[in-house]
Design a protein around this ligand. Structure first.
Ligand code: ADP
Length: 350
């Protein structure tokens, strides 16, 4: 079990910076997700931790040991990739045993270690099956067992759920989280799926264009994004732009037309800001109330547990609200007012 430290770790291809110099410390037992759009540098960072890509600058330490120039096989890590091709003609057991046997590990030890890995991923009863007789989720667990059989210090997962359909993904995510917690193995996961990142991670590293935008616990990144990119990349963001002002110590967002709206002051100085309000924090008030911001209902979509309202303010800002019940006034064409509690409006510098 180990920490992972990246110190000024960067990668350039010619003039192009794939990963700007990055500092990051991952504590023992954490599951940290690298999250960002395609091309943001996630796989490059993972690949530099693995030793498959040589960094242009900086240092990688695993368990306090400088491994920057250590070949992948000597870094004591387990890896699972999206294309975790299993050998179709070999049993589950042999798939997991293969890498041990080509390394000359004695037969008896192989059996012990494979059995242990199979038990960890709860596939003990299926050792003799060929992969074709396993579900997608079970195949994914075989791939994980193949990594765990080396008793790695750290686990690197690159879009490991990429090949699974949505329902199965959720189940496998839950299993992975439990297994990772039980084993306490320090894990780095790459995904472009924000729900997966939010549900699995102890912390997120949000990347854009090779630059780290924010490193935080999922709830912090969602509720308190550092900038507009993070706000829009994680979840649905309603953004309002204006001036953050303080009058008598009470912060307010002043829109271009002079309207003042409640907002939180934490983490931001007075001046031009974007304020993010999440859809579940938009409250609806009757038009006559005169409070908040006037908006027209554009569309109302019933989702079972909640109703999603698409609204447009007088300034033409599109707003999405998630309300628990179907509200009579929330019909397309109706005018109402939207409102939020100050602590749910999070300002970010423009
Ligand atoms: P992600 O995993 O977030 O999709 P990558 O880490 O794969 O992003 O890539 C980051 C950037 O580096 C991309 O713009 C990609 O095109 C570029 N890149 C990756 N590998 C190479 C390479 N071998 N040569 C040149 N550019 C590369």
């Amino acid at each position: 079990m180990s920490t992972i430290e990246l110190i000024g770790l960067g990668k350039r291809y010619g003039d192009f910076t794939a990963v700007a110099p990055t500092d990051l410390r991952i504590e023992q037992g954490e599951l940290v997700t690298l999250l960002g759009p395609s091309g943001s540098g996630k796989s490059t960072i993972l690949s530099m931790i693995a030793g498959l890509t040589a960094p242009s600058e900086g240092v990688v330490r695993i368990g306090g040991r400088d491994v920057t120039h250590v070949p992948p096989a000597q870094r004591n890590l387990g890896m699972v990739f999206q294309s975790y091709a299993l050998f179709p003609h070999m049993s589950v057991f042999d798939n997991i045993a293969f890498a041990l046997s080509i390394r000359g590990v004695p037969k008896r030890e192989i059996t012990t270690r494979v059995d242990k890995a199979l038990a960890q991923v709860r596939l003990g009863g299926l050792a003799q099956r060929p992969p074709s007789e396993l579900s997608g989720g079970q195949q994914q667990r075989v791939a994980l067992a193949r990594a765990l059989v080396f008793e790695p210090e750290i686990l690197l997962l690159d879009e490991p759920m990429g090949a699974l359909d949505k329902n199965l993904r959720e189940q496998v995510q839950l299993e992975l989280r439990q297994l990772q917690r039980d084993l306490g193995v320090t894990t780095v996961l790459v995904t472009h799926d924000q729900e997966e990142a939010l549900s699995l991670s102890t912390r997120l590293v949000v990347l854009d264009k090779g630059q780290v935008q924010q490193v935080d616990a999922p709830m912090q990144a969602y509720m308190r994004p550092r900038n507009r990119f993070v706000a829009q990349f994680i979840g649905t963001a309603n953004l309002f732009s204006g001036e953050l002002s303080q009058r008598d110590g009470v912060p307010a967002l002043r829109l271009a037309d002079g309207t003042e709206l409640a907002c939180s002051a934490a983490g931001c100085a007075a001046g031009p800001v974007h304020v993010v309000v999440r859809p579940e924090h938009i409250e609806l008030l009757p038009h006559e109330s005169g409070h908040g911001l006037q908006a027209e209902v554009v569309e109302s979509v019933y989702l079972g547990q909640s109703t999603k309202l698409h609204l447009r303010t007088g300034d033409g800002v599109q707003v999405i609200a998630l309300v628990q019940q179907r509200q009579a006034e929330a019909l397309p064409g109706n005018q109402l007012r939207i409102h939020w509690r100050a602590e749910h409006a999070w300002p970010m510098p423009q």
